[in-house]
Design a protein. Structure first.
Length: 257
């Protein structure tokens, strides 16, 4: 296994109405969107200028039959998808989709951690982007947040799986400890024990926007709903968490109100 920490490299919305979801996020975030021309079925790639951010697709029928709801998934890059899928399973996680080739793109699997938060493992055919966007670039994912069944053991799992390192740990009082993590020099996300009201453990992805109040207005106009915030967080940033019209949870992050 490589000693280089694994990074999030792609984000994907699986939803009940891809066209409506595309319209929503284009209006809220300003993404460009185009069909990928995949032989496996419709797949929309969303981007900021020439820089691709993620994809939107319909929930596959087998997943829908198992009760899958609209939601965002993060892809974590690993050197060997097959070996790492086995590593996740050996550490108490589960496999939902076995390692599978995406023609011309790479190989992936769908797994969850021992507490049930779902994520993807991925190995691309090409070289990773050597010129990632600057932190805070609007339209890109600016933060990754795990709402874990239990934060301490969740941290142990991800650190051992992916070589992530601890950043600052912030005491949030009754809400417990918020543990920052890094996949390189700077923190890229945080982990916490989920609130009792949160139905199940999950990853939440924060999309960068210019200003939070204007973004809230766009969410409301487009038929979404803000469920938490606006709230100022350490570093002088502002966040909201919301639900899109199909029911997928998302979050927005901005440097100003």
């Amino acid at each position: 296994m490589s000693t280089t920490p694994s990074k999030f490299v792609w984000y994907e919305l699986m939803t009940s109405d891809p066209q409506a979801a595309e319209t929503f996020y284009k209006g809220v975030v300003g993404w460009d969107a185009k069909d990928a021309g995949m032989p496996t079925g419709p797949y929309t790639i969303v981007s900021v200028g020439a820089s691709m951010v993620g994809g939107i697709m319909a929930i596959p029928a087998p997943a829908a039959a198992m009760g899958a709801r609209p939601g965002w998934l993060g892809y974590i890059s690993v050197p060997d998808v097959d070996a790492h899928t086995e590593k996740v399973k050996a550490s108490g996680g589960r496999q939902f989709v076995a390692p599978t080739d995406i023609p011309g793109v790479g190989r992936f699997s769908c797994v969850c951690d021992p507490q049930g938060a779902v994520f993807m493992l991925f190995k691309g055919n090409g070289e990773p982007d050597q010129n990632p966007p600057a932190p805070g670039t609007p339209g890109h994912i600016g933060w990754r947040e795990l709402h874990a069944g239990e934060g301490v053991s969740a941290w142990d799992f991800y650190a051992s799986q992916f070589g992530w390192t601890k950043g600052e740990a912030m005491d949030m009082g009754p809400m417990g400890v918020y543990q920052l993590f890094a996949t390189g020099d700077e923190p890229v996300g945080g982990m916490m024990t989920k609130t009792p009201e949160t139905p199940m453990p999950h990853w939440l992805y924060y999309i960068n926007v210019d200003a939070i109040d204007a973004a809230i207005a766009r969410v409301n106009e487009a038929g979404g709903k803000v469920i938490n915030g606006p709230m100022e967080v350490p570093g002088g940033m502002w966040i909201v968490q919301g639900i899109d019209p199909q029911g997928a949870v998302f979050a927005l992050l901005a440097p100003k109100r």
